[in-house]
Design a protein around this ligand. Sequence first.
Ligand code: ADP
Ligand code: ZN
Length: 516
Amino acid sequence: MAAASLLRDIFGFDGFRPGQEEIVDAVAAGQNVLAIMPTGGGKSLCFQLPALMRDGITVVISPLIALMRDQVRALREAGVEAGALTSGNTEEETAEVWEAIETGRLKLLYIAPERLASGAALGMLRRIGVSMIAVDEAHCVSQWGHDFRPDYLRIGELRRALNVPVAAFTATADKETREEIVQRLFDGEAPETFLHGFDRPNIHLAFGAKDSPRKQILDFAAARKGQSGIVYCGTRAKTEALAKALRDAGHLADHYHGGMDPEDRRWVETRFQREDGLIVVATVAFGMGIDKPDIRWVAQADLPKSIESYYQEIGRAGRDGAPAETLTLFGPEDIRLRRSQIDEGLAPSERRAADHARLNALLGLAEALHCRRSSLLRYFGETQVTCGNCDLCDSPAEVFDGTEAVRKALSAILRTGEWFGTGHLIDVLLGNETDRMRQRGHDALPTFGVGREFDKRQWQAVFRQMMGHDLVRPDPERHGALRMTDDALPILRGEASIQLRKDSIRKASRGPSVKS
Ligand code: ADP
Ligand code: ZN
């Protein structure tokens, strides 16, 4: 049957989503394919549909047993012969799968990667007429990423043994992960690559410098009263406090974090799903498995750890395609915290460098001077001109040549031996005669008092932007004292200039939504 009629008759969809059709065509034609699509973009269809168009069995490798079972159930309900071989099977289920294989009816066979470790599985797969391998969550082959699954490394072997095409799917778009997937699944031979659907044009993007964080969140929620929303926080304690503050302000609000009983967590999940206008204040633990299409807004009370996490969290808003709003707050404390989490983690140094780079990408977005969506999509490899639906398209950032200010700040850092945080550094720049200043003799430095053209808040914004541009980093071994990075050298030497935002302390919240 042709793709379009299968799409309608079996899956019940009127049309393809952006990007799906090309992927389906390539996979159905037996090409090796790597498709990068955001979560919720509709990647399962891109291997399920071709599986029905091709002779023989499509083997689907997926890391989560629960997801496999869901997909198998949905396919069977649609009348498709699908089965799974996982450790979660009953004997009866396994027998049924075998029967469908033996009689040649089975079209899709889901297998947990652990199964590939046994030679028996390979022998079995050789025997049953596999025509294609689909790999879900393909980034699990990458040691670079966060979900490495050693068993995924066997997929390359499987491909060579069966000599069939592989279609690999992932939502992780960064270049290193992509390269590792190509290396390990396709032996370095570039597959047909598709990258699609990262743009979520109905989601309004906005960042705000953390100013009075609780009030900023309360204002944002107040302007959207009665709408379902999520507030993400960095700590468990904060979810509880903020949920209470929201209730006190007359909202329906509940908190959610990984330290709660599974039962309580499920209760909040269900309540969120069913009740209109509930706000859930949560840690990152809230997310997997939320399937609520009409979440109208997402606020991040603390800066997420990477651009991927940012995208995933805000991406939970507006799945129904109707306008949705987001607000991300960030300040120097967030940057310090995220850097030290990376530095103090147990990851090997290469991974730490990658994590710093992912955080840098997010900070670059936070400090962007032009359309945020184009910065975001550029990171994911898609291009797009200005979007008209972000805070910077609404009102462009005012910028100034910050080279001189940055050089003064760097000079204050270097002349105090890279041993101090922003508080003292700003005192130096402003020429404040504190006790510490006199004890250290810093009032005699040539940098003392050279920055009186700005006030304290403005200097804070300069330092935050310097951290955002990765010109300086807090050193965890020096209690978070700022140290210069190599990226700052060209500015220090007068070989490069830098634009800074003037309006970094302006309000990011747009007030009541006019679109809903
Ligand atoms: P993911 O990319 O996260 O694996 P899924 O494949 O689970 O996403 O798809 C996400 C949702 O989108 C599912 O509810 C699916 O039914 C729906 N979907 C996929 N393709 C289409 C389509 N062409 N038209 C309408 N809905 C679709
Ligand atoms: Zn924009």
